[in-house]
Structure formats: C-alpha cells, structure tokens
Design a protein around this ligand. Sequence first.
Ligand SMILES: *Cc1c(COP(=O)(O)O)cnc(C)c1O
Length: 467
Amino acid sequence: MKLIFEKSVPGRKMTLLPACDVETVELPAGLRRASAPALPELSETDLSRHYTELNQHVHGVNCGFYPLGSCTMKYNPRIDEEMAALPGFTGIHPLAPASATEGCREVLDTAKQYLCEVFGMDACTFQPAAGAHGEFTGVLLIKQYHLSRGDTKRTKIIVPDSAHGTNPATAHMCGYDVVNIPSAPDGCVDLEALKAVLGDDTAGLMLTNPNTVGIFDENILEITRLVHEAGGLCYYDGANLNAVMGVVRPGDMGFDCIHSNLHKTFATPHGGGGPGACAVGCKAHLAQFLPQSALMDGEGHIQVRSFAGNFLVVVRALTYLMTLGREGIPEAAQNAVLNANYLMQKIKGTFAPAFDRICMHEFVLDLSEFKKQTGVSALDVAKTLIDYGMHPPTMYFPLIVHEALMLEPTETESRETLDWAADVFRQLFDLAHQDPAYMHSAPHNAQIGRPDEVRATRTPVVRWVKA
Ligand SMILES: *Cc1c(COP(=O)(O)O)cnc(C)c1O
C-alpha cells in the first residue's frame, strides 16, 4: 500500500474550510517557516479511500475474534462512544472555572463512587494514563504510607512469578528491591515461599489476580493476612477486572490498593497505544496520599499526569457501568469466565492447557510437548491463525509456561464464534502433523508475512522522508 505522501498530487485539494470571518493577522516573520510544509495534497475521495484501505489492513475487535490474553479485547458498546462524543464533554477546557465544569465533575465523582463499590475501596483517582502508570501511582501510595510513619527499613516488594510483567518493573521504578517468589504446582502462590521472604523489610506484595495463568488464588485471604502481619501492604493488580467485577471485591480480600484499566474492562477500545486511563483505588488509610486531581480548576497537588487524566475514557467507563448496572456487571464477569472455560474444554484434547483446572477469564496453552512432536512452535501456530481470520493469542507469556499461548475470549463472543475458534485450533493441530512447513512460513494471506520483530521495535521507521 502506498503512503499518503506518495499519493499526493500537487495542487489537488478539498476545500472544506469555511470562509474566514475574522480579521487575518500575519505572523511575525521570525515565527514563519521559510517554505510551506510538505503536506500531502489529495481529493476527498482519495483521502477516504486511503483510510478505508488502512482500516482493511488491520484486525480489530470489529473485524473478528481477538482472543489476545491479558488484553481483554472485547466489544465496546457504541453508546459509550456516543456519550464520550457529547460536545459538553469534548469541548470542556481543563482550566475552565468550577462553575462551568459541574457536569464533568459529577461524572468523575459518580464514576469514582461506582468503581470504589466494585473495588471494595474507599477512595479513587483517575489520573494515571494506563495500567503500568496506575501501578506506579499505587505503589507510591504504599511508599508514602510507610515513610509517613517513619518506617524506612521497608525496602522490598514481593512479586510472585505468575504476576504481569509490569509488576516487578513498577516496584523497581518506585525504588524497591523486587523479591520474586515461585508458584506452587497448582499455579497459586507458594505460601511457604511467601512466609520465607516476609519480614520487617517487606513494604508490600503485588498480586495479579486472577494471575497470568488465569487462576484465582485460592489462598488469597491467607496471603493478605500474612503480608499484613509482617507490616506490609497488599497491592491488587486488577488491570483486567473481567472475571471478578461485581462478584468479589479486592477490598474485601484484604487489599489496601488496586489499579484497574478502564481501557480493558470498562469499555474503551485499545490497542496501538491509547488513549487509556487507569483507576487507582485505595482504602481510607492511603487516601491522603492520592493525587489531588479531581478538581478541574488547576488546584493540583501531587500529580502523575495533568489535570483529571483522560477524562473521556472515564465518561465511557461510567456509561458502561450505568448501562450494565448491578445485575449486568456480575453477569458480564460470569460470561467471561464461562466463555474461557468453554473454549478451553473444546480445545483440550488437541493443544494442552498449562493448568488443567477451572480457569477465570483466560487460560494458557502449553505447546512444548506439541512442538517436540511436530517441530511447530507457538509462534507458528499464532502466525497461521492470521490466515484463518483470527487475531493470535498472546504468545510466550507468561514466562513460567514454555511455548505459551494465552487465550482470553471475553464475554462478548457468541457460542458460535467459540465453536468456530475451537474448530480452527483443531484444524491447526492436524495441519502441524501433516504439513509443518506450511506453518513455519505462515501467514500466507496477510498483508505482511513475518517482519523482523527486533528491527521493527529497535529501529522503527515512523516518519515519511522525501526521497
Ligand atoms: C494490561 C495489564 C497491565 C498493564 O496495563 P497497561 O495499560 O498496558 O500499562 C498490568 N497488569 C495486568 C494484569 C495487565 O493485564
């Protein structure tokens, strides 16, 4: 596909601007460019076709099944977009006087109240722009808490090996030493290993629950009790709240703070880097340390981002919470769990689940035995799925499972789609035994085959340079 710059024809234009109805003022010479910017010149037809073609080159939730584990690529209801597009919300300036922002502040306050209810927490902020940013904010609350008590010897954060990769990174960014503990064979935290590392240097524990192998930790009350007994605080990574919302509350499990990605569970489309927003909730004893960002009149104190955060993402989340309501929220969670278990059971018998037990919203397949037998890797399977019109699952994550494929179907997929997906997996299982070479070189029908992933991230070309 050609770049928009390559389609440009000098002089071609679309006149869409209304006539200027104010006096024009020339910029001072020092502020003007020497030559005009090389913007592409196209007709409206060409422009429309260009973006439509781009749109056809990507796979989104609205194109087909997207079981990307840990990312919660579910359908986002259109009404949430409609509310976020209301001019009263899109047009507000963060420095507008309080008298002009009452409605927006009510949105923030109501969303906070509802999410505190879902989390089982007392206070909340929307300032962080994404999940990892929310973790950073949450762990800083823990740090402030210990420091405010003069408790300076707590230098360690405990992170189980089944945690999301951002957890150890966050603890490190907050200046803590990361203490890794292994999982027991059942996929839950190894309690003996936990007891062995707890002490008066423990600042806290970060727990991803359900963890990255899709398991709800059976000993969760014991875990939070042990950490508190040692004087540490408990952090709940609820980036993805799809399995638990409205069913159980992290606050009731003994956690002191939590983050949840509004762009996963609460109706903001994501992928490709944003915009996201993160809710960080905490119990009353941490509330005084929260960023003071609720006011949109510029009276910020501790801040991790400007103003109230990504406000329109909060509008979507509130709309989502209000349309689902008290009955709909747990129902969505139950369907997410049901769909994941249904798909796991239908795939089982071909590809093997890493943990053959009831899962939560996602599950992990372990392809190491399959690879030994066929030579076909998890990457080959993922790439072949593209030819079948399915977005690949998350690959090679979590690290504790080798040749991992992590599937999260979400609650918004029908039984027919899940049956189709299971059938595709079965076909690929057979194909690997018959024609592994085909799978080594897949995809065969996609726009691009196998890009050099290292070069793509290390030396990305994201800017058009005139030849
Ligand atoms: C997605 C995710 C994160 C990170 O969220 P970002 O918005 O990508 O920064 C953290 N923890 C878990 C469990 C996640 O699934």
